[in-house]
Each structure stands twice: as C-alpha cells, then as structure tokens.
Design a protein around this ligand. Sequence first.
Ligand code: GRF
Length: 198
Amino acid sequence: MTKRVAIFVSGGGSNMEALLDDMAKPGHAAVPAVVVSNNPSAGGLAKAAARGVATEVVDHRPFGGDRPAFEAALLAQLEPHAPDIYCLAGFMRVLTEGFVRQFSGRMINIHPSLLPLYRGLRTHARALEAGDAEHGCTVHLVTPELDEGPILGQSRIPVEPGDTDEILAARVLRQEHILYPAVLRRFAVGDHTPIFLP
Ligand code: GRF
C-alpha cells in the first residue's frame, strides 16, 4: 500500500526536494502528503508548493516556550493529510518526548554527522576541530533523545586538507541528498536494514 509522507522543514528544504524528486519517480512506495514548517519564510514551503505538494505552517513563536501547545497545533495541521511516515528534513525545533512517542517507528531524521558523534549543532566545525579524518551524515529513527535512535543509513566522506566548515557542510549536504531518499525508499516498504554509503 502506498505510504503518505509528511516532511518537516525549517529552512531551504534541499533534503525535502531530494525526497520529493525521488518520490516522483515511478514505482516508489511513498507519495508526499504534506510539507510542514515552523518557519513561515522557510524556502522549502515555496519549493513544495511549486511542485503541487500541500503545505502547512505553524509558527512556533506565538507559543513562546509552550512546546506542547505548539505541537498540538502542528498535529492539528498534519492530521487531515493522514501521513504514515514523518520525515524531519532540517526541522530546527526540538520535539517533546510525548510528541515523538506518538510517531514511534514512523518518524525519521537526517543529521549532518556520523552519529553517535556530534549530536546537536555545529557538527561540521566540531568534526574539523577534532581533526577527524572522516565526516558524513546519518538517517535515524527519531526517539525522544535528540539525534539518537536506531541508525537507518550513514554516508561517510573523507575530510580534505583545507576544508572549512562551509566547504565540508556543502560536501556532506550532497551526500544527504543521496542518502535520505535511499533510506526512505527502503523505509516505505518496511525495510529497516541500514544503508551504508558510499
Ligand atoms: C541539513 O544539513 C540537515 O541535515 C540539517 O540541516 C540542513 C538542512 O538543509 N539538519 P535543507 O533545509 O535540507 O537544505
């Protein structure tokens, strides 16, 4: 049965585009249901709308620190789209344990590091500061702890001499665009076997 996918974005949405491009190919087991953002000016919203994908916005700012109220509003916007799978793609809000538990086994995230290394922010700078020979990105099931959860895929690249965090981030992002669609393809048919690239 075709799975319906909700994609959460906060910014430019290049990972979202990679997922939408792949779902548009014949034979994919999933279709986009909705793109949702906490940021009314997220570039990803316009890109999704231009492709005819439904969009929803729940600005987190009026909710102040009331995360459960923000999440209740998010849920209300999502429900009519009846998603089966939830893809976090550059979604920059921390979700509460209660919210995440509702989607256990159905929510996945992409993170720009080789988890379990470098949960949270500044992942590229931290990899460079540590003198790592390799860096990369990870897709994982979302669990209540930030950037944890079983790994569904990982792509590693060498750190090159002269890399700055911007240069490294750009190279990792290209890998994200390959890894995330590859993982979603498997995930949509219930296959949780991890993918390791390249
Ligand atoms: C990606 O690097 C993602 O892994 C991180 O934020 C970035 C979002 O980029 N969490 P985009 O919005 O998909 O272009």
